[in-house]
Design a protein around this ligand. Sequence first.
Ligand code: NAD
Ligand code: TYD
Length: 341
Amino acid sequence: MKKTVIVTGGAGFIGSNFVFHMLAKYPEYRIICLDKLTYAGNLSTLKSVMDNPNFRFVKDDICDREAVYKLFEEEKPDIVVNFAAESHVDRSIENPGVFLETNIMGTATLMDACRKYGIERYHQVSTDEVYGDLPLDRPDLFFTEETPIHTSSPYSSSKASADLLVQAYNRTYGLPVTISRCSNNYGPYHFPEKLIPLMIANALADKPLPVYGEGLNVRDWLYVEDHCKAIDLIIHKGRVGEVYNIGGHNEKTNIYIVKKILELLGKPENLITYVADRKGHDLRYAIDPTKIHNELGWLPETKFDDGIVKTVNWYLENQEWWKNIISGEYQDYYEKMYGDR
Ligand code: NAD
Ligand code: TYD
């Protein structure tokens, strides 16, 4: 059946991968990408689909009520998947305001449009970071959907606030919502400020690899396509009002990841430089994906050892994409964040 899906933040990392997944899997769907093209959004990422007649790109801000309502009026979407967000913890520590604006107010604006025009499903792409962190010495503990919200950074607090609003719109107005909380993603089109692409780019340039603290913090890495497939299942088969955790039991310390990248690139470990720790640095994230597995049959398909090779190869083969990004204003950001850390 034909459906119209608005994908916000579709010019970013996960959103663009989701756009590709949806256009390939549902040739009868119309996919509209609504993206403000902030520093993290990149139109060149979407160039392979720009001429697809089932795809439309709209440059606008999810906080701009008039623009959002106009788009809903024109497109009458069946489904809205909200990826648009400020997504980098370090930036949220420097400048929380824009996180509150986009991540909370933008979510409210989108949901108001959904109420006004009527939709089949509003899906909020959230994060495991809303649960705070787990101790390093309790490998038996995992985040379930019942784990209390307990945030650490302005980023995670803004995402948690949005989740609470989404649940409120469901209970108060009956808006048909779902929420997914995924662990750290990796793969193609990951913005080079984040751990994995940053370490690949620096290693290729023989620049120091800045590891925060002792590099012992643990993240639960999922290949981005597996995340996209999980969201596809949730928007079509997930139960309204429910939260689904997404993660593939793939916990690694940061230092393991960094050493793995150096090994794959044939670069020396003396590039590793330990730098001042992140403020409020979460120790460990680890998802229990039992619910999405039992209810929707989802399981991750890409093993980390394969996914990291695919990712490193993608960055090797697509140097123009990330070199363009790191050549511009990103340099000022890098200097500010890492200059005298
Ligand atoms: P990203 O920073 O790569 O992309 C964000 C996109 O949103 C960009 O294209 C940007 O231009 C757009 N955007 C930002 N503000 C906007 C606004 N006001 N209006 C319209 N568009 C706007 O982020 P990502 O890593 O792809 O993350 C996407 C979503 O997934 C986020 O909601 C994030 O919280 C969530 N998430 C990310 C991860 C991860 O590991 N990256 C894990 C779990 C959840
Ligand atoms: P990041 O990719 O920013 O994702 P998140 O903070 O959302 O988990 O960071 C992943 C981990 O890598 C986190 O523990 C912080 C660490 N890190 C570094 O050690 N050095 C860096 O330069 C960056 C960007 C992150």
